[in-house]
Design a protein around this ligand. Structure first.
Ligand code: TRP
Length: 451
């Protein structure tokens, strides 16, 4: 395999830029919005523990494999998989990893943009003082009114999609780089502030034990599936997004250390968000299992009670919107990069098509919160079904195939040369995980949870 070839889309200038971009992709709505609400729905501590296990034992090792494949192929995930499989004289169907990923990324983008739109609308609600003197009840009403208004949801969905495609069209090296460098640390500072506030409420102990007290009786097969799926979702794994970013990574960088940094940052942000939100839930007698609105109903309460809360609240939702922005571009990147390479279209044209189609599909998610809220498949709305299908089925399946490919199909010497892990014990452990632990674990969880 040619280790020194470059990518037609450019390269990250150094390892920090890769960490920044990958963290920008990983840290997003998944950490701040989704993690707290699915933790609430799945009973707390036991779910969190399973999730952390999935991150360490399956997520991080698969992430190393995904970055490595991207760097070995140096193209869009679809063409990378085709090229690497061809080098190894394997069946071209292995490119299916790239195809399924591109489709999953497109599907996720369609609803991700709608939820990110909620954050955009909250910037203006907060800034306009809508939450001054808010109570649990009034904050719930404001959120309910947003969901009941498809026109408003559609407007913000449209704006967010245009923002996403604008960056994707300019290419990964320009775009958001500078903004992320300032905004990610700022997001962190604000989360710490919220944590400080949560500590001062009388719900902190209860919130803390909800998150960290292990109670196995609360675990169901389905919640294990959700925990595994979320490990993939939050690390941006299983669909080629990280593979696409790996394709722009310089050849001399150690993948393992870099991935570890991304994983730690991602996990810390999710836990901080949970620790900030649950004390507010309990201090105000709210419902931990309230669903997708949890973040949007709880945090405005905290801001309404702290000094200069309007300013901090507005800033907070700006940062959430940026975190979502730097994630959504990586959802579109695999399809767009493929269209540029294989169809010879410009990034702008490819981006416009992908964005427009995902925007249309997003209308289904918009309607699932109002007109179509009663239209369900197996008890799930359009949004719930898309979320379940992508995060809990497609991403783990993608991860399983990546693990099998790198663990069983690639030659050990090639893998060793590409991944550049200096510690032989770690390398062997990683290979064993890819060969056995990850595929068997994923297959077992899906098999048990989906009956
Ligand atoms: N990880 C992002 C989040 O937590 C979402 C995301 C971006 C993603 N790119 C991805 C999820 C690729 C799966 C695959 O919000």
């Amino acid at each position: 395999m040619a280790a020194e070839q470059s990518s037609i889309h450019g390269l990250w200038r150094n390892r920090w830029l890769f960490i920044l971009a990958a963290t920008g992709s990983a840290v997003g709505l998944g950490n701040i919005w989704k993690f707290p609400y699915i933790t609430g729905e799945n009973g707390g501590g036991a779910f969190v523990l399973v999730y952390l296990f999935c991150i360490c034992l399956i997520g991080l090792p698969v992430m190393v494999a995904e970055v490595m494949l991207g760097r070995a192929g140096r193209q869009s995930p679809i063409n990378t998989m085709t090229a690497v499989a061809k080098d190894l004289r394997l069946h071209r169907d292995w490119a299916g990893i790239g195809w399924m990923g591109a489709i999953a990324g497109f599907l996720i983008l369609s609803f991700y943009s709608v939820i990110a739109g909620w954050a955009l609308s909250y910037i203006f609600k907060m800034g306009g003082g809508a939450f001054e003197g808010a109570t649990a009840e009034s904050s719930g009403e404001i959120f309910g009114a947003l969901l009941a208004n498809p026109g408003e949801l559609l407007t913000w969905h449209t704006i967010f999609m245009v923002l996403t495609i604008a960056v994707v069209a300019r290419g990964v090296n320009a775009g958001l780089e500078k903004a992320i460098r300032i905004l990610m640390p700022l997001l962190f500072v604000l989360l710490i502030m919220l944590l400080g506030y949560a500590l001062s409420t009388d719900g902190f102990d209860q919130g803390f034990s909800f998150l960290f007290n292990f109670d196995a009786s609360k675990l169901t097969g389905e919640s294990v599936v959700v925990a595994l799926g979320h490990a993939f979702f939050t690390l941006s794994l299983g669909l080629g997004a990280i593979m696409a970013y790996g394709a722009y990574m310089p050849s001399d960088v150690s993948i393992g250390k870099t991935v570890l940094a991304v994983g730690v940052l991602d996990t810390v942000v999710a836990l901080a968000a949970g620790l900030a939100i649950f004390p507010i839930v309990f201090a105000n007698g709210m419902e931990p299992g309230a669903g997708p609105g949890l973040l949007f109903q709880t945090l405005p309460l905290a801001f309404s009670q702290m000094p200069a809360g309007t300013v901090f609240g507005t800033l907070f939702f700006i940062l959430v919107a940026f975190a979502a922005w730097s994630s959504s571009i990586s959802l579109a990147e695999p399809v767009v990069a493929w269209a540029v390479e294989s169809k010879g279209v410009s990034r702008i044209k490819a981006g416009a098509w992908v964005g427009f189609s995902a925007w249309i599909l997003g209308i289904g998610t918009v309607l699932s919160f109002n007109h179509w809220s009663d239209v369900t498949f197996m008890g799930k709305t359009f949004f719930d079904s898309l979320d379940f299908l992508t995060a809990n089925i497609m991403l783990p399946l993608g991860g399983l195939m990546i693990a099998v490919f790198v663990g069983w199909k690639m030659k050990e010497a090639d893998v060793m040369a590409e991944v550049k892990m200096s510690n032989p014990v770690l390398f062997e452990a990683w290979r064993l995980i890819l060969k056995y632990v990850a595929p068997v674990g994923i297959a077992f969880v899906l098999w048990n949870g989906l009956q």
